[in-house]
Unconditional design. Structure first.
Length: 468
């Protein structure tokens, strides 16, 4: 691959990039040759080799009469569960072997001593989310961390008790917010302020979010949004929302579960707190250890409401005095020692991230997702032949308002489309009531993956056509 081959397209809209490449190749912008060209000149292409890609034959419920079973599947579900890094199994086995050989001594011996194994990974994680290492802690699961953070940042009063969130927030967030409000003696129907799109629209307008904060901010204690709206794939303007909320005296936090692994700058944007899981774009495996962020500006005056032994300063933790010497900032929120077997696959993934930069990943992601958008619009947009089912993209068309995901809605049954795609070795994500989420992940997805998906979608829709 040659960096110079792609530099000529720097700064161009994706559609124009595709048009110019196709002109050079003498083919349609929708032709497979364009995908091959983009893959050949993709500087991040070697990162794909660090992951295990499922074969079609192993992806249930593939129908091997429809597709070659030995091929790699088209895996576009990294926003639900990332692929396994190749070294994950090796690292897990190392710790199992150490446990077998030396038992309790593994707490302080080996390449990742169990007593402080997470400390070695937090700098790598911090780079992924744009934070300082001391602002990030690996601990617990996502909703546990959300509760721990809100216990400290949600301080309702009679006049300021509302929490602002999306009307269609991910259930984890919605339930956590409801229970936090009740815990403080308020009622969700009075204290949950829900953001809804304008009639006939799918996504929230940034101007409407900012207007709500401006108009109701004096009654809002916490602005708590998903950084990427899981259903529509909309990436919120976190910097503008944070600034607007803080001007009105609100704390501003984000659930970054669907955003971590995209380019974030939590520290520079001044976000008060955030949390995220690590098994989506961060590829740590189902139920992998989660993470939390507290901005360093809060180190002196925001303390954990619930404390545990692992929040005690490591230097004196094992003196067993029962006199808490609380670590500052987010590290004080730790409760218990971390499960080393969950840290192993996360380490494997973060090491792959460290081979590049979030800026480079974002550059590829914009092109990869833009390429998917172009092909969908080309084949199934308003200008497509009338005989074809219509496919509508819910995710905003502005690249800066989306991460790696496009959410698709069909003029026929989405479940039928999903089932036909699965039969042909495509893994993506169905979300009720009527959305197919497709996530081309820059760490391991190729442009040929995207092209194969759209080709397969055509076959899936043809199979559905006789039924609707």
């Amino acid at each position: 691959s040659s960096p110079a081959a792609m530099q000529q397209f720097e700064g161009l809209p994706v559609a124009e990039t595709l048009r110019r490449i196709s002109a050079q190749l003498g083919c349609s912008p929708a032709a497979a040759q364009v995908a091959d060209f983009l893959d050949q000149h993709d500087q991040l292409r070697p990162l794909r080799d660090h992951f295990l890609l499922p074969k079609v034959r192993d992806l249930p419920p593939s129908d091997l009469s429809l597709v070659e079973g030995g091929e790699d599947g088209v895996y576009l579900a990294g926003n639900s569960l990332g692929l396994q890094p190749r070294t994950a199994g090796t690292y897990v086995q190392e710790e199992l072997d150490k446990w077998a050989r030396m038992g309790v001594h593994g707490h302080v011996q080996g390449s990742r001593p169990w007593a402080w194994a997470e400390d070695q990974l937090e700098e790598m994680m911090a780079k992924v989310v744009g934070a300082k290492a001391e602002e990030v802690a690996l601990m617990n699961a996502l909703t546990v961390n959300l509760h721990l953070l809100m216990l400290s940042f949600y301080r309702p009063t009679a006049s300021r008790h509302k929490i602002l969130l999306e009307d269609k927030a991910f259930p984890s967030d919605h339930y956590a917010v409801e229970s936090q409000i009740r815990l403080r003696g308020f009622q969700p129907q009075e204290s949950m302020l829900l953001l809804r799109p304008r009639p006939g629209e799918e996504s929230l307008r940034t101007e409407d979010i900012l207007r709500t904060i401006q108009e109701d901010g004096d009654a809002i204690a916490v602005v708590m949004l998903g950084a990427v709206q899981y259903y529509t794939g909309q990436l919120f303007d976190m910097a503008a929302i944070t600034a607007a909320g803080q001007r009105k005296g609100c704390f501003v936090g984000f659930d970054c579960a669907h955003a971590a692994g995209n380019e974030l700058r939590l520290h520079d944007w001044g976000v008060d707190f955030a949390c995220w899981c690590s098994y989506k774009y961060l590829n740590s495996g189902a139920g992998g250890i989660a993470a939390a962020f507290v901005h360093e500006k809060h180190n002196q005056h925001i303390k954990p409401t619930l404390t545990g032994w692992w929040g005690h300063d490591l230097k004196t933790r094992f003196d067993m005095t029962n006199e808490m010497q609380l670590q500052s900032g987010v590290n004080g929120f730790r409760l218990s020692n971390q499960p080393v077997l969950l840290l192993c696959p996360l380490q494997a993934s973060l090491e792959v991230f460290s081979r590049t930069s979030m800026k480079e990943l974002r550059r590829k992601s914009l092109l990869l997702t833009g390429y998917l958008e172009y092909l969908i619009r080309h084949h199934y947009g308003d200008a497509a032949p009338a005989r074809r089912p219509h496919v509508r993209i819910l995710t905003p068309s502005e690249p800066e308002q989306r991460g790696c995901q496009l959410s698709l809605r069909f003029s026929i049954s989405v479940r039928a489309v999903f089932q036909e795609l699965e039969k042909r070795g495509v893994a993506c994500d169905l979300r009720e009531p009527q959305v197919l989420r497709v996530a081309p992940v820059p760490l391991y997805n190729s442009f040929r993956d995207v092209h194969r998906f759209v080709d397969t979608l055509d076959l899936a829709l043809a199979a559905c056509r006789g039924r609707y």
